[in-house]
Design a protein around this ligand. Structure first.
Ligand code: ATP
Ligand code: MG
Length: 392
């Protein structure tokens, strides 16, 4: 008996003329991921992607998890393949379905024929498969209204498939179909989640990390690269740019009023992000800011940093509670890494009493004490780019 994966497309089925483009993009991306798990045959038939192991060595479990992390796929099912005749369908159903029924009391069968030349109607197929399942699992009962499990038979072009339902996929749109965004990635909980949310909308990610050695450590940098690698399991490979803010921070401490440190630093970050975005041809910036979470994320403070932005700044977690962000971080797999205790450049030299209702003109006055452009240019020169190749 041969087991395969059936992937259902998500939002792209709503697309009109360019739907084909979206489907092709997804198939290409799935093939690329599959190369990590052995030999598979991947085809797109009737708006379903089928993933078939091409030999006995192909790792279907690994492929199943990887397929569920591909944006654009709404659901992934595991299914057994039968020939397009009832003998084969019943035989496969009896052999394959019982494992999905362990511990269950009731089930129903739903059959679907996209091949209308098949001699039995859908209700007839359902009844026959239901009978076959009962013959091998006699304690089960059929319940067509509220079954514990719904078993499915799909008679399609090339074969019939028997399965026990679908598992939720990543949803969203294929990465790369909605431009490229520059994610300001810190070692915290929020920014990896923010990047993941935008990747889910089809945005290809590059990342920018600001460090402040020796005030921040090598481990802090490694943590950020590890987070990028975890996000990349969903989004695909990510180029991480690392820029040193050490000199800027030292100048701020030496020359500016303490209560403005963080705000000024964030304006430098924004300007450097503009510069990286321009060089890398990104069309938006992405941050993990959440309204009111800290002093630099009040509406007044956001206005002060946003005033410099030359690109739209996407803040997908702006309206989320910390608990909701944490829940997503766990789902993505970044939470455990995010809570490792390494310092961030924002947490060194933090003012004791940061301004929560800053005024832009006052901040800019403070900013004029330093040669803003020159310090940015100098920091930009420190940029290093590290390619994080996705391991699916
Ligand atoms: P996070 O959990 O993502 O670190 P946070 O709650 O700690 O967020 P801040 O430190 O105020 O919040 O940072 C707000 C946002 O600014 C971050 O989500 C991130 O997008 C960006 N940011 C902060 N520090 C850095 C950094 N060192 N490098 C790059 N971006 C940063
Ligand atoms: Mg942070």
């Amino acid at each position: 008996m041969k087991e395969i994966l059936l992937c259902k497309y998500g939002e792209i089925v709503l697309k009109g003329g360019n739907r084909r483009y979206f489907e092709d993009t997804l198939v290409r991306e799935m093939r690329y991921r599959a190369a990590n798990f052995g030999n598979f045959q991947i085809t797109n038939v009737q708006s379903t992607m089928t993933i078939e192991p091409a030999d006995d060595f192909a790792d279907l479990d690994g492929m199943f998890d990887a397929a569920r992390r591909l944006f654009g796929i709404a659901a992934v099912g595991r299914a057994a393949v039968a020939e397009k005749n009832m003998d084969s369908i019943l035989e496969v159903a009896k052999a394959y379905l019982p494992t999905f029924l362990e511990g269950k009391k009731t089930f129903k069968v739903e059959a679907k024929r996209s091949d209308k030349t098949f001699p039995l109607s859908s209700p007839e197929i359902s009844a026959a498969v239901g009978g076959a399942v009962l013959s091998v699992c006699p304690r089960l009962k059929v319940d067509v209204h509220h079954p514990d499990v719904t078993l499915r038979v799909e008679v399609r072009d090339r074969a019939a498939y028997v399965h026990a339902g679908q598992f939720k996929g990543a949803g969203g749109l294929p990465v790369g179909t909605n431009g490229k965004g520059l994610l300001l990635l810190s070692g915290g909980i929020d920014s990896p989640v923010a990047g993941w949310m935008m990747a889910k909308r089809g945005v290809r990610l590059e990342a920018l990390y600001f460090e402040s050695m020796p005030y921040t450590s090598e481990q802090a940098r490694q943590k950020v690269l590890d987070l990028a690698a975890l996000v990349a399991r969903w989004s695909g490979s990510i180029m991480v740019h690392v820029i040193s803010l050490t000199h800027i921070q030292e100048e701020l401490v030496r020359n500016c009023e303490e209560e403005y440190f963080t705000l000024l630093l964030r304006r430098y970050m924004m300007q450097l992000a503009n510069m990286v975005a321009k060089k890398q041809d990104c069309q938006a910036l992405i941050t993990g800011e959440s309204l009111g979470q800290v002093a630099s994320q009040t509406m007044h403070a956001l206005n002060v940093t946003n005033a410099l932005a030359e690109y739209p700044v996407f803040r997908p977690v702006i309206g989320m509670d910390k608990e909701e962000i944490v829940q997503l971080a766990r789902h993505i797999g970044t939470f455990e890494t995010s809570i490792l205790p390494f310092e961030d450049c924002c947490t060194v030299f933090t003012p004791r009493h940061p301004k929560t209702r800053p005024q832009l003109d006052k901040v800019m006055e403070e900013e004029k004490k330093l040669p803003f452009e020159e310090l940015c240019r100098e920091a930009f020169e420190t940029a290093q780019s590290i390619y994080i190749k996705a391991k699916f």
